[in-house]
Design a protein around this ligand. Structure first.
Ligand SMILES: *[C@@H]1O[C@H](CO)[C@@H](O)[C@H](O)[C@H]1NC(C)=O
Ligand SMILES: *[C@@H]1O[C@H](CO)[C@@H](O)[C@H](O)[C@H]1NC(C)=O
Ligand SMILES: *[C@@H]1O[C@H](CO)[C@@H](O)[C@H](O)[C@H]1NC(C)=O
Ligand SMILES: *[C@@H]1O[C@H](CO)[C@@H](O)[C@H](O)[C@H]1NC(C)=O
Ligand SMILES: *[C@@H]1O[C@H](CO)[C@@H](O)[C@H](O)[C@H]1NC(C)=O
Ligand SMILES: *[C@@H]1O[C@H](CO)[C@@H](O)[C@H](O)[C@H]1NC(C)=O
Ligand SMILES: *[C@@H]1O[C@H](CO)[C@@H](O)[C@H](O)[C@H]1NC(C)=O
Ligand SMILES: *[C@@H]1O[C@H](CO)[C@@H](O)[C@H](O)[C@H]1NC(C)=O
Length: 533
């Protein structure tokens, strides 16, 4: 059967109101076209379906790739977890193969082995490559997505189509989870789902965002990077005199007052960023523009780069920290193989993106995922399309969306509205060692956020959680400090807080992608999220 025919069938179906034309019966057989039977060089998989589905109401050529796994444990079959990587422009197959999916790369090889902490044990799990053009997803030319509004409407339209193809999933409890730039995607997608609820009901229960860009960009980077560097001074190997510069400019830029305000539990009111915080304090680092990076290595150069850069704008602490670390790392004068995603990574850390690029560019893998016809079919049809070159992250899409008008920070109103008016559980988490989206910035944005009648948390996150229990009853950090390292305290995974429908977890020992270093802890976290929601 020709898959294009199914596509156009779904397309035309979309134009017809559901009550006129009961689709469940007609579509159920077509799902078999998406079955994944086996995967090359891989352990066996749970039952799964993969392929591309078009984005309705867009020009031909715009499709999103999905890979849906059936719940492995019937006790959790009521859940549908949807995972998003960020970028923007990074494939969700990154999360799938690096620690949250059923198979992971075996060390530095392109063999896939079973992951004992797969989220498929906690529900049906859907991976989507979006926006169009990301990963295996295709886009029309010229690139049709100018901004985040289009990202949102494309995904939402696509998702409704997806539910029409898999009607048995319509009744599931939906949990959206993602990291990094998904801190923007997920709140906007959740908003579209709740706004469309009357016309197309979806049982959205919770959203979880890790190391996510939920708040004011200056707050999340510029304002808090100095505090982060102090907290990681030994790992980052930053000399005292360089750290002093960051402390000094914090006072000049007024960041010290913000950090103080962020440390008030409960907060004293909205936290103001001096200057023009939505842009002037925050100029994105452009690595291609060598006039911006003065390759600072001395305290004077660092200070000049922060305060007097001709292109970063005033108070450029984040861009300067980035330039300083890469300069001293490259010259051998500082920490070797510095990795902004995880300060504890070193030269032995495996880069999974190379593995993804190699594995998912293979023709046999693309045949298995229903993206290419099998060899004998293609011989018969004289159709021998070459495999797609797979890029885990697409820089065209990244540039396009980062340089477009930035969406309003979700923490200002979208997240509060979802929690307060729609009773969606909101779970925010951070990896302690992530320097790209550091946890102090996330904590600052949460203290500045108002939901369910009050601003921020009333108490500093200081309850301990454990490897296999992400929401234990009260167990305070300071009781461990007093008891001096009991066995219980040694097994702690991090700190957390939960108030008025919002939880925050800080995972110790993790980087930007928490499950990469802490798969077991993250599994327990996701289990608690789906059980609670
Ligand atoms: C993948 O499988 C093929 C045979 O199917 C084998 O020749 C090849 O060595 C395998 N590659 C890896 C990385 O295991
Ligand atoms: C990235 O996406 C754009 C737009 O769809 C496409 O033209 C380009 O080939 C992609 N780049 C890579 C490296 O995949
Ligand atoms: C706090 O939120 C307000 C909007 O409600 C915003 O203008 C301000 O920049 C935010 N401050 C921080 C530190 O995020
Ligand atoms: C920044 O520029 C001003 C004016 O040109 C100068 O007085 C100051 O010393 C410079 N500061 C640094 C840290 O380079
Ligand atoms: C680099 O930045 C400088 C200062 O903002 C600007 O004048 C110049 O045009 C930029 N160069 C490029 C190639 O973007
Ligand atoms: C992984 O393999 C690649 C290609 O063989 C190699 O360049 C890289 O150094 C390896 N990484 C590690 C951490 O061993
Ligand atoms: C804490 O424990 C360590 C070793 O377990 C011990 O050396 C130290 O004296 C203890 N401190 C207190 C205050 O009990
Ligand atoms: C909100 O959601 C929670 C957890 O899903 C549920 O227990 C509670 O009854 C809901 N509250 C309202 C007002 O719907």
């Amino acid at each position: 059967m020709n898959i294009a025919a199914i596509y156009s069938f779904i397309h035309s179906l979309w134009a017809i109101p559901a009550f006129v034309f009961p689709h469940t019966v007609r579509l159920s057989t077509s799902v078999s076209q998406f079955e994944v039977h086996q995967l090359p060089n891989s352990s066996s998989l749970p039952v799964s379906w993969a392929g591309r589905l078009p984005v309705p109401e867009t020009p031909p050529g715009n499709s999103l790739f999905f890979w849906l796994f059936q719940a492995e444990d019937p006790a959790y079959d009521e859940n549908l977890i949807i995972w998003f990587n960020g970028g923007p422009g990074c494939s969700s197959l990154i999360g799938l193969t690096t620690g949250n999916g059923p198979v992971s790369f075996d060390g530095n090889s392109t063999r896939l082995i079973r992951n004992p902490h797969s989220w498929t044990k906690l529900g049906n799990v859907l991976y989507v490559d979006q926006p169009v053009g990301t990963g295996y997803s295709t886009a029309s030319n010229p690139y049709p997505v100018p901004d985040n509004d289009r990202v949102t409407s494309d995904f939402y339209k696509w998702l409704r189509n997806f539910f029409i193809l898999f009607p048995n999933l319509r009744s599931k409890r939906v949990h959206m989870i993602g990291e990094s730039w998904a801190g923007i995607y997920i709140p906007y997608f959740a908003s579209a789902i709740v706004e469309g609820q009357d016309l197309f009901p979806i049982d959205l229960r919770s959203i979880s965002i890790g190391d996510g860009t939920i708040g004011n960009p200056a707050a999340m980077s510029t304002v808090t990077i100095g505090k982060f560097m102090r907290s990681q001074k030994d790992t980052l190997q930053i000399p005292n005199e360089i750290r002093s510069v960051f402390t000094e400019v914090e006072a000049i830029c007024g960041f010290d007052e913000i950090l103080k305000a962020a440390n008030q539990y409960p907060p004293n009111g909205k936290i103001h960023i001096p200057g023009h915080p939505e842009n002037r304090n925050y100029k994105r680092h452009d690595p291609t523009n060598t006039t911006c990076n003065i390759h600072p290595t001395t305290p004077d150069m660092v200070k000049t780069s922060i305060l007097n850069s001709t292109c970063y704008g005033p108070c450029a602490t984040f861009a300067t920290a980035f330039d300083y670390m890469s300069t001293v790392s490259a010259s051998g004068a500082g920490k070797q193989c510095h990795d902004i995603y995880d300060t504890h990574n070193d030269c032995n850390t495996i880069d999974p993106l190379d593995l993804l690029a190699a594995y998912f560019s293979r023709a046999d893998v693309q045949v298995a995922l229903n993206l290419l016809p099998a060899a004998e079919e293609s011989l018969n049809s004289h159709n021998s399309a070459p495999p797609t070159t797979f890029s885990p992250c697409n820089s065209t899409i990244l540039d396009k969306l980062l340089t477009s008008t930035p969406p309003v920070a979700p923490a200002y109103s979208i997240l509060p509205h979802l929690v307060t008016s729609h009773n969606i559980s909101l779970h925010i988490y951070s990896g302690e060692h992530d320097m790209l989206v550091n946890h102090f910035g996330t904590e600052l944005c949460l203290q500045n956020m108002t939901w369910n009648g009050a601003q921020g948390f009333s108490q500093k996150p200081s309850r301990l959680f454990f490897a296999d229990n992400a929401v234990p009853s009260h167990f305070l950090l300071h009781s461990c400090e007093k008891e001096n390292s009991t066995e219980t305290c040694d097994s702690a995974a991090g700190l957390w807080a939960s108030e008025r429908g919002v939880t925050y977890h800080l995972f110790w020992g993790a980087g930007h992608s928490v499950f990469g270093k802490k798969p077991r802890e993250m599994f327990a976290y996701v289990r608690d999220v789906v059980v609670a929601g």
